[in-house]
Structure formats: C-alpha cells, structure tokens
Design a protein around this ligand. Sequence first.
Ligand code: CTP
Length: 437
Amino acid sequence: MGIEALDDSDLGQVRWMVKVITYGTYDLLHYGHRRLLERAKALGDYLIVGVTADSFDKSRGKINVQQSLMERIEGVRATGLADEIIIEEYEGQKIDDIRRYSVDIFTVGSDWVGKFDYLEEYCKVVYLPRTEGVSSSQVRSNKRKISIRIIEDKGLGRKITHESTWVNGVEVLSPDSGEREDAIYLLSTPQRHYELIKQAINEGKHVMCESPIAMKETECRELFALAKEKNVVLMDAIKTAYATAYNRLLVLVKSGAIGKVISVDSTCTSLMGNYDPENLEGVWGSITAWGPTALLPVFQILGTEYKEKNIVTKYIDPEKKFDGFTKIDFIYPEAVATIKVAKTAKSEGNLVITGTKGYIYVPAPWWKTDYFEVKYENQNQNKRFFYQLEGEGIRYEMVAFSKEIESGVDTSYISEEVSMAISKVMEDWAAKKVNVI
Ligand code: CTP
C-alpha cells in the first residue's frame, strides 16, 4: 500500500491512495494506448506513466520510433490520464521507481505476460488484455516507405542494405530494380561526389553521402544551396556523428564538464594490406577515408574558424594522389587540435579532449565507441559513460535521414559549416598545400 494517505473529508475517513505505474514507448499514440491507460488508471487512484527514452529503446532494438521523447510525452499528457509522467532511462529502473514512488500496482499489456513477474516481490503485477488490431508498428508501416538506391564503386553497400532492415520507413532498392528512387546513398569515391550529387538533387532526389560531400568548399556550399532550392535533404554520412555515446560526449563538453577545451586530438587508422602503387583507382586515400571522421570532433567542439593549419602527408603513389599517412595541426585563437589518419601506418585510434578542469578519453576505436571516460586530477571524481551502439551507427544515420525527409526539419547532427570545413581540408590537401615526408 502507498504510504500517502488521502483525507477524504466528505466521509470523514482516511483511506490509502493506490498508486499504479505503467511503462511504454507510446509512439504515435493510438487507441490501444489510450485504452490501456484508462484501465491502468482505473486500477487505482494515481497513475504514473513511464515513457521510454530514445537511447534505452534503441538498446531494445526499437530503433524505428518515429516521435521524439518530448513528442511522445506530449501524447501521453494529452490523454489527461496520467497523474505523473516519468522518463524510463535505464535497465532495472522499474524496481527503483516502484520503491521511490511507493507503487502498489505495476501494469502493462498482455503482450508482456510473464516478463515482469519478477516485480511481484515489490508490488502487485497486473497484465491487461492488449487491444486487438492496432499497434505503433502497424501505424508506422502504413506510412509510405522512402526508397533508397545505393550508388557505389565496390561492394560496400551490403552493410548499408543490411542495416536498413532495422529501420522502419526505408527500403533499399535492389541494384536491378527499375523503380524510381526517392533518395540515393552515395558510396562512390569522393572525386565523383560533386557531379553525382548535383545530378540527383536536380532530379529531386534526397542524398545521403559518405563524407566528404565534395572535394572543394565552394562545391559543397553550392550543393547545399541547390538542395535547399529543390527542397531535398543533403546529409553528410559520418557514422560516428549519429552514435549516442558521441552525442552525449559533445553535450558534456559543451556543458563545461572539463572546463574550457584547450586541445582535441583524434587518430584514425586502418591498414589496407597489399596494394599496387601504380593502380590505386577507386581506392580512398587516408585523408578521404578517415579525414572526415577524425575532423568531426575538432570542428564540432572548437568550431570551423581556425587561424592556421599545417598538413603533413606521406604519399604512396608516384603521382602523389594517394596518402598513406596524413597529420594535420590546427591553431585556434585559444586552442589547438591534431588529427592523424593512416592506411599504411598503424597507431592507437583514440580521441582525447583536453580541458582546463579535466579531460575526456575515448579508447580505440573511438569512432565506433559505446564508452568514454571523463577524468580529473582527483581520480575519485572520474566518471565512465556507456551507451549501446548497434551497427556502427549506420542505422541511426538512416533513421536521421528518413526523419529529416519526412519532417523537413534539420536534424543537425552535422552542420553545413562542418561539412564545408571538411571539404576545405580536402581541397587544400588535393591542392598540395602540404609538407611532404
Ligand atoms: N498496448 C495495448 N494495446 C495495443 C498496443 C499497445 O494494450 N494495441 C499497450 C502495451 O501492451 C503497453 C502499452 O500499450 O503496455 C505501450 O505500448 P507500446 O509498446 O508503446 O506500443 P505498441 O503499439 O505495442 O508498439 P509496437 O507496435 O512498437 O510494439
């Protein structure tokens, strides 16, 4: 029984208030949800509704949720049935909530029968019959799917096709399908991006492009302007940008958790094995393959207005078109940054963000991370953060792309300024504004 007592003055008696709790995603709130909430409310006097947070839901594989957490909370609030709405953020939270709120009854729909019997130790568990014939999944699948065609030089598209199966509302067309696509996912070599993107946008297609969007800053700017004019989405595909851990890290840095940032140091390497220096057509050099990812935290944390940069590169072909190793030092008015990228050299692929109060350390391979540490002089204050990462971030990237196409609202995981600054680095590198080793 709940510990709060209601004073029912009409009757001149004191009776116990029965507290009920229920949890759900409540995406695109429908009749089935409303009926469940009505019956949950009728079980007691006070109804607490736990709405599942995005990150928690992703870890359960529900990546296709269409509405943001705030929209879903609004949906529940609008029913007028919840006395209190809380956010469910972690595995095991239900027990904590039941204790904290002195809950008497836990209830969910019958699709969960048996799953929550373990809570009987803490309160009464009631499974309510699920309403037949309606579900969020069904409402979502009634929406038209966005068809995507993958454009690639080599068989890199398989991973994207596989990952897309996790994302509701998108469909990757098979290479031989004659159907007209709504969008393209561009995986071909960067030197071809500009022409291919321009053509696609002019045909009214949305574009997701493996970064860099273009090999020149002006081209990148022109493509964004063209996309706006034609009312289509042009998105930079850097998987890391869409990963939960990376996004939480950015928020922490911006909130001042490590003080003022003095230095960002990121390294990305992958050995490409045997290669023929005379025949590297279709190969991505170190700067094109890894540059955008390594540059991402630099530009997102320190901005794109650096004062100077110094590029050092090691070519692997006689024509000096491919780099096996490149290092870039940036000088900002009040900070510095270094990136190291390599395909013919191996190093520790970590990310370190140095601040005036502490630092953030992301272990290798940092671009695929689900974990990072915030460290201080006083080690007792150190904190570790862990967020599930599924499919290297590709599926989150696809979700962001489809949401932006549907809503027309900029998801801004990667701003146009950052995409353009990345293209500028490519441009300077290709113009050989480098020191050669
Ligand atoms: N619910 C219900 N009847 C339905 C759909 C949902 O009683 N037709 C209940 C669920 O059992 C759960 C709550 O509503 O207790 C929240 O469900 P949620 O998982 O958010 O919605 P679903 O429609 O089941 O979502 P999905 O299709 O993604 O599984």
